[in-house]
Design a protein around this ligand. Sequence first.
Ligand SMILES: [Zn+2]
Length: 351
Amino acid sequence: MKRQTNTLEVFPRVPLCPLWLKICVALPLAIALAGTQACTKGTSAGATASATEKPESAAATSVQPESAPTDNAPLPHIDSKRAFQYTREVTAFGPRYMGSENHKKLERYIVDHLKGDQVEDDSFTADTVEGKFPVRNIIAKFPGTKDGVIVILGHYDTVYPLRNSGFVGANDGGSSTAILLEFANQLRGGGSGKRRDGYSVWLVWTDGEEAVQKWTDTDSLYGARHLAEKWENDGTLKKIKALMVMDMIGDADLNIDRNTNGAPWLLDLIYTAAERGGYQSHFYAREGSIEDDHIPFVKRGVPSADVIDLDYGYNNVFWHSPQDTMDKLSPKSLEIVGNTILETIRLLDQR
Ligand SMILES: [Zn+2]
């Protein structure tokens, strides 16, 4: 789950309307949305519009950064078929909530895919309102030649309160686990001991992201909160140049939200990377504040971004629903996010 602390502002994908332009720039959301409806009477605009339509409102442009000059380096590519297959395999384990047998199977599956890599655990027992649970963050480290670390997080647990509902979290839990496995393939490079040319990259499969009852500051983000505190105490946080969370990135109708509690420069850099791939129409049509695994790090001053699409089905109806299944996902979406994040890493390496 990701609790929204306020409603995501939707920048409507509608034909230009001069009145709308003034309204959406000048007035708050509620009035702006009313203006939208007035402007788009008789059209099928709004949330049902295709994600590939480019937002045309002035407000939408205002949250999208200027194009940065880029070099001619080829865009990095993930193997999206393989990433999709990982998602399918992870989802096939069934419900993978904290403390479950399927969760243990998935832990083994992740570690089995990291053979030969530098893998560490951050394990502890979480004391929750539903009792005690073993929690295990799995960390794979890919050392680089530059001083500093880029961290990518993605949770692998599924929703505990939905454990008996048939909820398998293809997108919510499955896609994040899978994209990190594919990043590991890309970062591994050619053999043992070889450092990547750039910052070190650490991949973290976080555990206990979901609440066990109802999302609160203390019932949520168990793994990320533990890891942030640990890394604060041992000095690791100071080395982190950028931290990015992958969550619910497999939706075939992909709209990555601009999460306003992230670092603006990092959100902009991700957008620049997306533009290089021609993917920008999938980014930042909406903005708002979303709580996710980045929050404990944001609170400690780490430059962070949450790469999430919290518009899963019309009105987000598939989110935390038994309908969060493979048929809603697309390898293309994994490719868009995967390539964009690899490109973001490349741009970060140049800084
Ligand atoms: Zn969730």
